[in-house]
Design a protein around this ligand. Structure first.
Ligand code: PRP
Length: 183
């Protein structure tokens, strides 16, 4: 009897933009860059859930320093494919960040509204330093300028999914990043 396989990995509407191998290689480079810049510190990698879940874990494994992890979540997209412009905190960090050297890990920076909101929040809590690492930087979509310290790739305005990024909660577990051609 043939076992039925989940269809997500053969989703015809997703065109590969970056393969799993390309992502692994680029994230390894980024981890070394972070380690070089943050030598002598014990950085706290804060993932913006859910989109940054894969990136944060891989970046932490690629960073040869003692790294701590924490997580938060904001909501900005709702269920559509364009930013609503409204950001709110829906899940907070577990621990305090006063005096910590923070690397904010994002899957994609689009309008910049989420990162801007989160940086303001973390700054108000007394982080010693704040850096932003994102796998993907959608430069043409920016509505507010935000400092990006580490970007995997600059990309265009296409809606991207995979490696943590979703469309209505689908595609997050794709091991590659692709452009969603039909939504
Ligand atoms: C997406 C993405 C970023 C944010 C970027 O998250 O993962 O966190 O939007 O958009 P912005 O720069 O326009 O603010 P989303 O709100 O879809 O939540 P999710 O990560 O849980 O999918």
């Amino acid at each position: 009897m043939t076992e039925r396989q989940p269809a997500v990995h053969a989703e015809p509407a997703v065109r590969t933009l970056f393969t799993a191998q390309q992502i692994a290689s680029r994230v390894r480079e980024m981890g070394l860059e972070v380690a070089r810049d943050m030598a002598g510190t014990r950085p706290l990698f804060v993932a913006v859930l859910k989109g940054a879940c894969m990136f944060q874990c891989d970046l932490a494994r690629a960073t040869p320093l003692e790294v701590e992890l924490d997580f938060l979540s904001v909501s900005s997209y709702g269920s559509g494919t364009t930013s609503t412009g409204h950001v709110r905190l829906i899940m907070d960090l577990r621990g305090p960040i006063a005096g910590r050297h923070v690397v904010l890990c994002e899957g994609v920076v689009d309008s910049g509204l989420s990162v801007s909101f989160i940086l303001d929040l973390l700054r108000s809590r007394g982080a010693a330093s704040l850096r932003v690492a994102t796998l993907l930087d959608k430069v043409p979509c920016r509505k507010i300028q935000v400092p990006i310290d580490y970007a995997g790739w600059k990309i265009g305005p296409d809606f991207v999914v995979g490696y943590g990024l979703d469309a209505d909660e689908r595609y997050r577990n794709l091991p590659f990043v692709g452009i969603l051609e039909e939504v």
